[in-house]
Design a protein around this ligand. Structure first.
Ligand SMILES: Cc1cc2nc3c(=O)[nH]c(=O)nc-3n(C[C@H](O)[C@H](O)[C@H](O)COP(=O)(O)OP(=O)(O)OC[C@H]3O[C@@H](n4cnc5c(N)ncnc54)[C@H](O)[C@@H]3O)c2cc1C
Length: 390
């Protein structure tokens, strides 16, 4: 595998996570997918390995590995079980805004148990009428107490497609103080499972990553104390966007892993399957397909690493993370599709993993910003760079 120059420490981390993922995640992935079963013990095992807060600074209780190393972790998890990789990615995504915007009290009460993996997080932005157009959210936050010093907020409305729900304990929820005002009224709240008036609605019946549940969050006058507001009133939209870059690097890495797993399965199958007097890999047409699949995996990995390194250097990552996520999720989809093709009818059977890779890959072209939205982001950055505005 072309994997660039890794340090000894990075190699050790990658091999440790690969060993864990191969032993603990991969063997049951098909059964969990079939049963749509979330195995909390696996999340606990990832916590025991120090993965639940790994990319965050040690000074706040994280693992301090940074995003270049985090991409290695996510690639291994994505290769073994995309459903658990997405679960961990969402958990980390839900912490990032608290790391950046949380008060010392919120770090101690909310973040610390999440970094340790004792509590699982979810990131709740999407609504029935607001997906790509996230500024259009309608979930209403109403001040409780004096308008200039509210003691709390009442939440009313519905979120949909929230990964890790209902299993997560901690929900980062974006609401609006005035649905007619746009982004400047959006405010972020930390909401705990069990808050009166906060319930789980319909569970989504998904095509892929079926072992990672996603459901509706329903708020009927759920009251949260003012201490649970993250950032100031009106800062929620900025808070939501501020961490999406990291989340995209994470998903790009997981997609690279998924694509790698699909390619390796196909290469192994074609080496063993015989036709026309020899293994399929004797056919140049097959070798060309395998080589092109490897090209897509290597491109996905390279762009993901570039984005991760930019993040570690503290540079803006909007364009790099969009390019990585868009490229890697497209690579996962096309490599998985080619893998099904190379398995022939066996690839179309649920007895083999490649059909699951195909189903799991599709979602990644939609969540963490659809790949059309990533084209818009890249074009905006490009036009700005050449002085033509956005
Ligand atoms: C498996 C899965 C897990 C998810 N997990 C979460 C989660 O944990 N938390 C959360 O908040 N959300 C989650 N989502 C929701 C996800 O973020 C949204 O589905 C996504 O943002 C797209 O929104 P939408 O589905 O409403 O599509 P829409 O925004 O309605 O878009 C429909 C189509 O139009 C295209 N489109 C929209 N606007 C434009 C434009 N300006 N130019 C060109 N094309 C455009 C889109 O790309 C898409 O193809 C998840 C979704 C999936 C599938």
């Amino acid at each position: 595998m072309f994997d660039g120059a890794l340090t000894e420490e990075e190699r050790l981390l990658r091999d440790t996570v690969r060993d864990f993922a191969t032993r603990e995640l991969a063997p049951g992935a098909a059964d969990r997918d079939e049963a749509e079963h979330y195995e909390r013990g696996l999340f606990d095992a990832m916590a025991a390995l120090g993965l639940t807060g790994a990319p965050f600074a040690e000074s706040i209780g994280g693992g301090g590995i940074g995003y270049r190393a985090w991409a290695l972790v996510m690639e291994e998890l994505g290769a073994a079980d995309m459903a658990m990789a997405v679960s961990l990615s969402v958990h980390v995504l839900s912490q990032a805004p608290v790391v950046r915007w949380g008060t010392a009290e919120q770090h101690a009460r909310w973040l610390a148990p999440m970094l340790r993996g004792e509590r699982m997080g979810a990131f709740a932005l999407t609504e029935p009428g607001a997906g790509s157009d996230a500024a259009a959210i309608r979930l209403r936050a109403t001040r409780v107490g004096p308008a200039d010093a509210p003691t709390g907020y009442r939440l009313d409305g519905t979120k949909i497609w929230i990964s890790n729900s209902p299993v997560a304990e901690h929900y980062l929820v974006f609401a609006t103080l005035d649905p007619d005002t746009g982004p400047s009224a959006i405010t972020a709240f930390l909401v705990e499972k069990g808050t009166p008036g906060f319930e789980f609605g319909r569970k989504e019946r998904k095509l892929g990553i079926r072992a990672n549940p996603a459901s509706e969050l329903v708020f009927h006058g759920a009251e949260v104390p003012a201490a649970n507001r993250l950032g100031d009133e009106g800062e929620g939209y900025r808070i939501a966007l501020s961490s999406l870059g990291e989340g995209r690097i994470s998903i790009a890495a997981a997609c690279t892993g998924l694509a790698r797993a699909a390619l390796e399965a196909a290469a192994r199958y074609c080496s063993e399957r015989r036709a026309f007097g020899g293994p399929l890999t004797d056919q140049q047409g097959i070798r060309f397909m395998l080589a092109e699949m490897e090209q897509r995996v290597a491109t996905a990995r390279a762009l993901t690493r570039l984005a991760a390194e930019a993040k570690d250097r503290g540079e803006p990552i909007a364009e790099a993370s969009s390019l990585a996520k868009w490229t890697a999720s497209d690579a996962a989809m096309s490599v998985a599709s080619d893998a099904v093709q190379l398995f022939g009818a066996a690839g179309y059977s649920r007895e083999n993993p490649v059909e699951r890779y195909l189903r799991d890959a599709k979602g990644a072209q939609i969540y963490e910003g659809t790949n059309q939205i990533h084209r818009l982001i890249v074009a905006e950055q490009l036009l700005r760079r050449i002085g033509q505005g956005a």
